[in-house]
Design a protein around this ligand. Structure first.
Ligand code: PLP
Ligand code: ZN
Length: 416
């Protein structure tokens, strides 16, 4: 059953066959889009058929994915996605929005959105028979690859900056990957991973490099639409008006764009949501290009507490710009202080986000202030990672707890 027919360069349009094992375009190193067999998929599947699926994971969308069923039933690999879409009634009302929804992707097996990409990459790795997978990572992509590789019994090597948060490094080690912390930035780790995959024949998962990552990430767009649809047997799904997500390399927003485009092309949704990418003002390479009206990305020296989106040279920036421009959205920045406030605000909806995960909500707040979204609109903020990933950042947002003697008087005094 042919579901994808090849690759197309997102810059020069060059086409490559489905059996090629390249990662980026041979002419210009452009990111490759996977070309799906849309007609075939339309015959094979439908919204009501998928909504009837018992598969409580992203694998319910297998007919729309460019891999075959990977197997590994009842493993972490099969537990990725189908994360809760929570209605944030209080925050939404305060902002004057029609509806505000939080897609809590911190609730994935390794606690970040990256599991979606790594699950599809590991499925692909098994199909093409590779022996070792590698990725550069600020932490989450590595944890996700290490976790998914563990579920599939596949050796993994992870290269992360030495400054990665401790919880993420612990995950890498616990999932049994070979972990190397490099004396340098994420971008240094990225360059090293490319050299290493060439030298040792490893299969490279890098975000914005491996074309299959966006195919995994697109499943969140499918889920948002399916979950917003009230009737379980609807012929079409419901798309929100605007979706907010944080941007580092720009691969998540690219994946979401791909997902909504797939659904639109299939006729399964009726409108394209406006996609808003949110960067930290300290790591704003894509937002700078957006503001300048440019289509080329100039690197920055990234400094932000939101480590998952600290990227000097975004590897999927051009497609990220397109995701915003082609949908009538935008890419803009928020201050780190606003990200800390967003962590605290999300807590009131029982969502615990790491800084990069909360940045999307900080973006919603700012977009309301700037009039980018209107009152009454239906808005989704994607929460891309769990707060347990970076407890020191959470403590900076929350402040310290009171410490008291174990007496009623002390408690009464403290309650003040
Ligand atoms: C990787 C990551 C992002 C950013 O995704 P990009 O594809 O790099 O833009 C945002 N939030 C979290 C928690 C991440 O791990
Ligand atoms: Zn090209």
């Amino acid at each position: 059953m042919v579901k994808f027919t090849g690759y197309q360069c997102s810059i020069c349009g060059e086409q490559y066959g489905p059996d090629e094992t390249i990662s980026v375009c041979l002419n210009d190193a452009g990111n490759l889009d996977l070309v799906l067999e849309v007609e075939g998929i339309r015959k094979l599947s439908s919204p009501d058929q998928i909504s009837a699926s018992q598969e409580g994971s992203m694998w319910r969308y297998l007919p729309l994915l460019p891999v075959d069923d990977p197997g590994y039933p009842n493993t972490a690999l099969r537990a990725v996605g189908w994360t809760p879409l929570l209605k944030a009634n209080r925050l939404g009302a305060e902002l004057g929005l029609g509806e505000l929804w939080l897609k809590d992707d911190g609730r994935n097996p390794t606690a970040s959105f990256k599991d979606r990409a790594s699950a599809v990459v590991v499925a692909r790795a098994r199909e093409i028979g590779v022996e070792t997978v590698v990725t550069a990572s600020t932490g989450n992509a590595g944890a996700a690859l290490a976790g998914m590789a563990a579920a599939a019994g596949l050796p993994a090597v992870i290269l992360a900056p030495r400054t990665a948060p401790q919880a993420k490094v612990a995950q890498l080690l616990i999932f049994g990957a070979r972990v190397m912390l490099v004396e340098g930035s994420y971008d240094d780790a990225f360059d090293l991973s490319l050299k290493a995959s060439k030298a040792f024949g490893w299969y490279c998962r890098n975000t914005g490099y491996n074309p299959f990552t966006a195919e995994g990430k697109k499943t969140a767009a499918y889920e948002i639409c399916e979950q917003l649809t009230p009737a379980r047997s609807a012929a079409t799904w419901a798309a929100p008006q605007a979706v907010f997500v944080s941007v580092g390399d720009g691969n998540i927003i690219t994946g979401l764009h791909k997902g909504f485009k797939d659904l639109l092309e299939l006729g399964w949704i009726e409108r394209m949501p406006r996609l808003y990418g949110v960067q930290s003002s300290g790591s704003a390479a894509v937002a700078n290009a957006y503001r300048a009206g440019s289509s080329t990305i100039e690197p920055v020296r990234a400094v932000t507490l939101a480590d998952s989106i600290a990227v000097d040279l975004p590897r999927d920036g051009i497609r990220a710009l397109r995701a915003a421009r082609e949908t009538g959205g935008a890419i803009f920045t928020v201050e780190d202080q606003a990200i800390l406030s967003a962590i605290q605000a999300l807590g009131r909806e029982a969502v615990f986000a790491e800084p990069a995960g909360a940045a999307s909500y900080a973006g919603v707040v700012q977009a309301v202030e700037e009039g980018l979204i209107g009152s009454g609109e239906q808005v989704v903020a994607v929460i891309t990672g769990s707060g347990l990933k970076d407890v020191p950042a959470a403590m900076r947002a929350a402040g310290e707890a009171l410490i008291i003697e174990p007496t009623l008087e002390a408690l009464r005094a403290a309650l003040g």
